[in-house]
Design a protein around this ligand. Structure first.
Ligand code: BES
Ligand code: ZN
Ligand code: ZN
Length: 494
């Protein structure tokens, strides 16, 4: 989709005009700046029954255009997320058309750049499909559609900066979704690392990003035995992708944030094999790494003033005669021994070593993200992401970023009782807690053991939000959502 601002040719090059109306106290108020359209709408017989309720669409035709009026409901009840979802709902079927959109008509509350950015975000996040394996869709690639943005209140400079910002964020959400949706026979650890390197070279060129990829021999040298224990049954080598972004004006005071992602390209459960029904969909078990790479990419494209390190631990969790057996005891990179009682609790094992490796880089803060526990779905469903950590101030800032991005993030407690559950009788730690209780929090209590030097740390369990988000019209109905890329990206920009 190509975007234009206040172009003289807008009317000639488009077939649809999108404008909005609000319904203050049952009285429909057409907010359109275009007087002729306003007149036409008010005098149209159909508009008599039109209440302009939130998402209520009125489609009319004038000599040149299809005019789509969409209701905003009462302005005082209109939140940024309601606006975003309704834009997506109304515009999704029109994405292949050439549109003219009257931004000033949208909202009194979300005026100017804010309203524009919500509109652009809704459009770009909705404009996604994973169709590379559909032979028909591939051939049907149509020419690019155009989107003419009209506003008397915005300047071209403001339009350009908003467009660049939302393009950075949305293209990174798309990259995350593409990785998560890719099939596990294609996106195994070796290929995944290559694809990230390729994306950095092609799309973050000249942005100040260094790429380091540790192969199996180097991971062995790092003594990341917990990570290697998960990879033991795999046909592929593990990879540790280590990206460093240094802003142009970096100095001693520059804040250094590290993000660490779980990249299990497929989770069979290992010897603690998953039942076949639960195994389907486990290609998305690398969602934490894809989400954090997306957030990193978005922040780099927006020239974050923070130094950002991105560490992604990649392997599948497969089974063969070399795979790690339950009851094994393995020493992690930080010297702590872990009794592996369930090989399906593998995410925490690869993160443990990746977190310890990252602590040695001495960042000020670490955020990890992982599709870590089924228990997260029991607690929060598919709608909410879980947050735990060791620094309330940092977590409050993350909660604030989630609010700004309109994504749901909720904190769970990390208490000594949960910490105690992760102690083993014969080793320092065990990788599962008691029964199935508080599974999301006990997993975080395990990870906490691998944070050193008093580094502030926050953990995101994205098990629920990573996959299909049917309630979000700007996410595909099926497959990866890219939810949390925007929250973490906002955080990395703050
Ligand atoms: N990748 C799964 C977590 C998961 C399960 C995410 C279902 C989304 C849906 C993880 O590796 C896992 O299997 N965790 C176990 C931990 C348990 C053995 C302590 C789980 O949640 O059942
Ligand atoms: Zn597992
Ligand atoms: Zn897993």
């Amino acid at each position: 989709m190509k975007f234009y601002f206040n172009s003289k040719n807008a009317s000639k090059e488009t077939t649809h005009l999108i404008t909005a109306a609000s319904s203050e106290k049952e009285k429909v108020n057409f907010l359109s700046v275009c007087k002729d359209t306003k007149k036409m709408l008010q005098s149209h017989p159909l508009s008599k029954d039109y209440k302009a309720g939130l998402g209520e669409v009125l489609s009319l035709t004038n000599e040149t255009h299809k005019v789509v009026v969409f209701g905003l409901g009462d302005q005082k009840d209109l939140t940024s997320e309601k606006l975003r979802r309704n834009f997506a709902k109304v515009l999704k079927p029109l994405l292949k058309k050439n549109l003219m959109i009257d931004v000033d008509s949208f909202s009194k509350k979300h005026k100017g750049q804010k309203g524009l950015e919500i509109l652009l975000e809704a459009l770009m996040l909705s404009d996604y499909s994973f169709s590379k394996y559909k032979s028909k869709d591939k051939k049907d690639k149509k020419k690019e559609s155009s989107m003419h943005i009209l506003s008397d209140k915005l300047t071209p400079a403001k339009f350009k900066s908003s467009l660049e910002r939302i393009e950075a964020i949305s293209s990174s959400v798309h990259v995350c979704r593409d990785f998560v949706n890719e099939a596990p026979n294609v996106l195994h650890s070796e290929e995944y690392a290559k694809l990230i390197e390729k994306d950095v070279k092609e799309n973050l060129k000249g942005c100040g990003v260094k790429v380091k990829i540790l192969k199996k021999s180097e991971i062995k040298k790092e003594k990341m035995n917990l990570f290697l224990s998960v990879n033991a049954g795999s046909a592929y080598e593990p990879r540790l992708v280590h990206l460093t972004y240094t802003p142009k004006k970096a100095n001693k005071k520059t804040k250094h944030v590290a993000v660490v992602g779980k990249g299990i390209t497929f989770d069979t459960g290992g010897y603690s094999l998953k039942p076949s029904g639960s195994m389907i969909g486990m290609k998305f078990d690398m969602g934490g790494s894809a989400t954090l790479y997306g957030a990193f990419r978005s922040a780099v494209l927006q020239k974050s003033k923070n130094k950002i390190t991105c560490v992604l631990a990649m392997t599948d969790n497969a089974v063969n005669s070399l795979a790690t057996m339950p009851d094994s005891i393995v020493k992690g990179r930080n010297g702590k021994t872990v009794e592996i009682l369930n090989t399906d609790a593998e995410g925490r094992l690869i993160l443990a070593d990746a977190l310890d490796y990252t602590c040695d880089l001495k960042p000020d803060e670490i955020i990890d993200a992982a599709t870590l526990t089924g228990a997260c779905l029991v607690a929060f469903g598919i709608e909410v992401c879980a947050l735990l950590g060791n620094d309330q101030k940092m977590m409050n800032n993350l909660l604030k970023s989630a609010k700004e991005a309109d994504e749901y993030l909720w904190q769970l407690p990390l208490i000594d009782e949960y910490r105690d559950q992760m102690k083993s009788k014969i080793a320092d730690l065990k990788n599962i807690g008691k029964a199935r209780m508080a599974g999301t929090a006990t997993a975080a209590a395990f990870l906490e053991n691998f944070i050193k030097n008093d580094i502030s740390w926050s953990h995101l369990d994205i098990a629920g939000v990573c996959d299909s988000q049917v309630h979000l019209p700007y996410c595909p109905t099926n497959g990866a959502s890219g939810v949390m890329v925007r929250t973490v990206s906002h955080y990395l920009m703050s």
